[in-house]
Design a protein around this ligand. Structure first.
Ligand SMILES: [Zn+2]
Length: 250
């Protein structure tokens, strides 16, 4: 049964040059990054009300930066897993056009994907809350917290805090990709949080096949997905990649 669905997915991907992957925390769990909201996640140690709202950041950026340093160390010590590398291969082969990710870990780019829409921002880029200037994290001195802009404004990662809107550019790009795709692979996300939940729905309305890759069934399974591949994202995506590679040879 599952083998049939993997083959069906491989065929859909093989036939299309407009495959969009939409990913969430579940794809990075096998890279050693627990879902922040789940067991062992960051929000068990740091109360998000105190550390992850934009109000908390404005009230005490130094305190919130202690959490951000710990988060940054975790993310920087992690590496792409076979699910990330399979998506990068599928982009190289000309099938996956873009990745829309809710993750802030940069692992899709580390794996080799070049068109990545970071829907919730990135831990690798910092923005000045006073003048809007952006910096790569590597070029900023993090010895004294919070780090400051040349204008002396406080720097914050572009990561979206609770209470902040999705960056307009990323939102518009994601909607455009969703409206113009033929296959959407929804991986490691239940996509229940608004407005991220609109992305698979938009793709479906535009006629795309929605293929879900998740450990458990989600709300999408019943209402949006055409079919679900249930299990480990890295095993499933490697199998899909093998299937596509096999079809290209025939
Ligand atoms: Zn500034």
């Amino acid at each position: 049964m599952k083998e049939d669905l993997i083959q069906k997915t491989a065929q859909a991907v093989f036939r299309s040059k407009k495959v969009v992957a939409f990913t969430g925390a579940g794809i990075s769990v096998e890279s050693g990054i627990p879902d922040f909201r789940g067991a062992g996640g960051l929000w068990e140690k740091f109360d998000p009300a105190e550390y992850a709202t934009i109000e908390a950041f404005h009230a005490n950026p130094q305190k919130v930066w202690t959490m951000l340093m710990e988060m940054g160390n975790l993310l920087e010590s992690s590496k792409p897993n076979p699910a990330h590398t399979a998506l990068a291969q599928l982009e190289k082969m000309g099938h996956v056009r873009s990745v829309i990710t809710q993750n802030i870990d940069h692992l899709h780019q580390d794996a080799g994907n070049t068109r990545v829409i970071e829907y919730h921002g990135s831990h690798k880029r910092l923005v000045c809350l006073t003048c809007g200037q952006q910096y790569a994290k590597e070029e900023v001195n993090l010895d004294a917290l919070p780090p400051l802009c040349r204008c002396k404004g406080v720097l914050k990662p572009t990561v979206i805090f609770f209470g902040e809107p999705i960056p307009t550019g990323a939102h518009l790009q994601a909607m455009e990709e969703a409206r113009d795709c033929e296959v959407m692979l929804v991986i490691g996300t239940s996509a229940v949080v608004s407005p991220a939940c609109d992305i698979p729905v938009l793709a479906k309305r535009a006629g795309a096949a929605i293929v879900e890759v998740n450990l458990e069934e989600t709300q999408l399974t019943r209402y949006v997905s055409d079919w679900i591949l249930q299990g480990s994202a890295s095993q499933i995506l490697q199998s899909v990649l093998d299937g596509v590679a096999g079809l290209r040879k025939t």
